[in-house]
Design a protein around this ligand. Structure first.
Ligand code: 5AD
Length: 329
């Protein structure tokens, strides 16, 4: 009665992807229940914790949804030093969190810092090193991999090439090429979309799901668009929580073994949003370890974004009836 992996990819539980992305009421509850069932069958029920440090808010890109875009001159820019990052990495390790997640705007100046941080964090603390730094030449990815980086997140954001160019001013093909390189180099790779970007249709979201399935990432994420101050999209309405949760559940059905984060933007949209993400099939929570004076400057979602603490993570994991994945030391 349960189809573990949907086949053919166009229909799940007898419904089209479009119907499921828009599901509400009973159908939505059935979708979530199936996603949880699949998660349990594949023993993906323990929640992975990641400790993120946002190491720089400089960015070369100009994405219309993001206030760290290069053109935003109102933003006070910062870049952490290797020593600052390693201090925080030690704290992450002491708390029993197994993954050090280094995130930044697309800032090539981070390279020298990473040369020191990646091997040291790996050697001293045995942390899994996850990077989210943007688009780089293959040689940069190769170097970071050789230094000991394990995984990399590069979201395609939207699967529509013309839409991508209008929003990010660069080519989707190049971004997908970067994802391919990362996979070839042996990184575990995360990708996914933003739900509710201006100009996006239900059909775009269906194609986002299909593209994700084609990429076969190790981590898959859907996050709602959050209208952000000091951006061209500041007056647009934010994305739909319902559609985002539905896409997360669909990701779980199509990629049963994937790590799927329940992102802080869900909580920002609606209190309880991150718990709803766990109930829709997610199994990753990222805890924020960026120094407080920098956090307010890392304006990916908004100046008033929801900052996830370890306590908040533990509470919602318990509420979801899940447990934290212990770290092998
Ligand atoms: N709304 C939703 N997602 C966003 N991201 C950045 N800004 C926003 C926003 N305003 C997401 C993008 C990016 C990741 C780091 O954060 O998907 O890849």
């Amino acid at each position: 009665m349960y189809a573990l992996v949907a086949e053919p990819t166009e229909r799940i539980l007898g419904y089209s992807l479009g119907e499921l992305i828009d599901a509400e009421g009973e159908l939505q509850q059935e979708l979530f229940a199936q996603a949880r069932w699949v998660r349990q069958q594949y023993q993906m029920d323990q929640v992975h914790l990641r400790g993120v440090i946002e190491i720089s808010n400089f960015c070369q890109k100009n994405c219309n949804y993001c206030a760290m875009r290069a053109a935003n001159q109102k933003l006070d820019r910062y870049r952490l030093s290797a020593a600052e990052i390693l201090d925080i990495a030690a704290q992450i390790h002491r708390l029993g969190i197994g993954t050090l997640f280094l995130q930044a705007g697309q800032d090539p100046e981070c390279d020298a810092i990473l040369q020191e941080v990646i091997p040291t964090a790996k050697r001293q603390f045995g942390l899994h090193i996850l990077l989210c730094l943007g688009e780089y030449p293959r040689a940069s990815y190769e170097r970071w991999r050789a230094l000991g980086a394990d995984s990399y997140i590069l979201k395609f954001e939207t699967s529509e090439p013309a839409g991508y160019r209008q929003i990010a001013y660069t080519s989707l093909t190049r971004r997908l090429q970067c994802i391919r390189w990362l996979q070839e180099l042996g990184f575990q790779v995360g990708t996914g979309n933003i739900v509710g970007l201006p100009g996006q249709t239900l059909d775009t979201l269906v194609r986002d799901v299909l593209l994700t399935q084609e990429i076969q990432p190790d981590f898959a994420s859907a996050s709602p668009f959050i209208a952000n101050e000091n951006t061209p999209f500041s007056e647009h309405k934010s994305g739909s929580l319902r559609r985002t949760l539905n896409i997360m559940a669909i990701f779980r059905m199509l990629l049963p073994q994937a790590l799927i984060p329940t992102v802080s933007a869900l909580e920002k949209l609606e209190p309880g949003g991150q718990l709803a993400g766990l109930n829709a099939g997610a199994n990753v929570i990222t805890i924020n370890f960026t120094p407080p004076q920098c956090r307010t400057k890392y304006v990916i979602y908004s100046q008033r974004r929801f900052v996830v603490s370890l306590d908040h993570a533990r509470t919602i994991i318990q509420q979801a009836g899940m447990t934290v994945r212990p770290v092998a030391i």
